[in-house]
Write a protein that binds this ligand. Structure first.
Ligand code: F0G
Length: 456
């Protein structure tokens, strides 16, 4: 089965196309690009995907990204031949994307949904502890296609960890990472250093570092692995394929997840647009994007300024005016969920497109609600980092508001691992004022005293 692929401007009135082998993160007109496909995508592939699950020894079947390779076949692989695959597809030995949705009774109760209708998919179970590994597998595949030797990204810590690991696992590849000085959680900084990336701490926050990468992408041939690179988003589509595969291709009513640079919002929407076009699904799940109160751009623009995709005829003045105001007032993003501390998301327009296609909603949550939700996920024996807990906090808020119905089916994405930001967890539990604090008790080395406390 031959699939043709190319790059194309997302704005229909432009629609300019470029060869798939180009290294570019924007159309000549300045807008974002999509990877587009022409081929046959029969529903029988669903059976192939599930059969691959039980065939070990082929890392491209074990990989939760490449198991779905026909739906992101920009590298043009001979789909059943592992050695052909390994020449073209980049994988952490099949380890990326091995996730699936789980039921969590306590969390379901907390958010006000029935256990049977509520799942969380823990993307923190990826090899570097976040969902980014899904997208890095596909971005590095394209980097290899175009012969790149150096990759660069700006990051709040997870993109950088993932990029550093994938670069370390490739032959002859160096990662250069820009992070806001003091802005990323220690676990993530530790990973980026340990995997051997060149780490540049920029004086500024993520938005400043991202602006640097955008400028760099115009001036050098360094390969950008931020989600501005549309090949990243191809791998991130597979998070949705895994949900559907697990639910036997029944579409849930809602998908809930945190929004930062809005790569997931874009990728998830594209996954469903394509499946809809291929006739695999009749119903569209509604997307609920949850942003932090201290990083509210998408909510402000979508809910208050009513920014709409409108078939690609976006009113750019709404965006320009908003950012002028942000710059004039010197406003910076601020949230304890450092992964989503972003005020100028690069995928804004694709996210708006997703919201239109899926009749989506955007909501904001406070840091307090995020931290309580994070604690609640752990009270269920699972775990995630603060940004991921925005999913739970957002679901709870939307259920309370009656936007998500009490009988609706909801799959939430928990984007990063519990150990990414241990400082946040320890700080939370050491403060007994927090709702679910489990504050440790200091005790003298006295058996009787310890027994008394253990029994109390
Ligand atoms: N959750 C976590 C744990 C993240 O690391 C990120 C983004 C998001 C949610 C938001 O996802 O950007 O697709 O909307 N982290 C990026 C990084 C920005 O650099 O690691 P998004």
């Amino acid at each position: 089965m031959k699939t043709e692929s190319w790059l194309q401007c997302i704005i229909p009135s432009c629609g300019k196309k470029y060869p798939i082998t180009e290294r570019r993160t924007a159309c000549d007109c300045g807008e974002l690009l999509d990877v587009r496909y022409n081929g046959t995508f029969p529903k029988s592939l669903q059976k192939t995907f599930s059969e691959r699950l039980s065939h070990g020894q082929n890392i491209f079947n074990e990989s939760g990204v490449w198991r779905y390779r026909e739906l992101l076949n920009f590298a043009g692989v001979d789909t059943e031949n592992p050695s052909d695959c390994s020449k073209k597809l980049v994988s952490l030995d099949g380890a990326e994307g091995r996730t699936k949705p789980f039921h969590l009774t306590r969390v379901a109760d907390y958010v006000g949904l029935k256990t049977a209708n509520f799942w969380l998919q823990f993307e923190g179970d990826n090899p570097t502890g976040s969902f980014k590994d899904n997208g890095m597998a596909s971005a590095f595949t394209h980097a290899r296609m175009v012969g790149a030797k150096k990759v660069v990204c700006a990051s709040t810590g997870n993109t950088s960890s993932s990029a550093a690991a994938f670069a370390a696992n490739e032959l002859d590849m160096q990662a250069v990472i820009l992070v806001g000085e003091g802005k990323i959680a220690k676990g993530k900084l530790a990973q980026s250093l340990a995997y051997g990336a060149k780490v540049l701490q920029v004086r500024g926050d993520f938005d400043v570092a991202m602006a640097m990468v955008q400028a760099l992408s115009k001036e050098s041939s360094i390969y950008v692995v931020n989600s501005l690179n549309c090949f990243r988003l191809e791998g991130q589509k597979t998070m949705m394929f895994r949900i559907l595969d697990y639910l036997r291709w029944h579409v849930p009513d809602w998908i809930v997840f945190p929004g930062g640079n809005l790569g997931n919002t874009s990728a998830f929407g594209k996954a469903f647009m394509e499946l809809y076009e291929y006739g695999w699904i009749k119903k569209k799940p509604r997307m609920a994007v949850v942003v932090a109160e201290g990083a509210p751009t998408l909510s402000d623009l979508y809910n208050e300024h009513e920014l709409r995709w409108n078939n690609g005829n976006i009113d750019n003045t709404i965006i320009d005016d908003y950012y002028s105001e942000v710059d004039r007032k010197g406003i910076k993003a601020k949230t304890r969920a450092s992964a989503i501390e972003i005020l100028k998301p690069v995928n804004l327009k694709k996210a708006i497109r997703t919201l239109e296609f899926t009749d989506g909603v955007v909501t904001t949550v406070s840091d307090e609600a995020i931290m309580d939700s994070m604690a609640m996920v752990s009270k269920n024996g699972f775990g995630c980092e603060p940004a991921s807990a925005a999913t739970v906090a957002g679901t709870k808020k939307l259920v309370e508001q009656g936007i998500i119905g009490a009988d609706d089916s909801v799959v939430g994405i928990a984007t990063g691992h519990i150990l990414k930001d241990v400082t946040a967890i320890v700080d939370y539990h050491f403060n007994p004022k927090n709702r679910f604090a489990n504050t440790p008790i200091t005790v003298e080395p006295d058996v009787k005293e310890i027994l008394k406390l253990a029994d109390s």
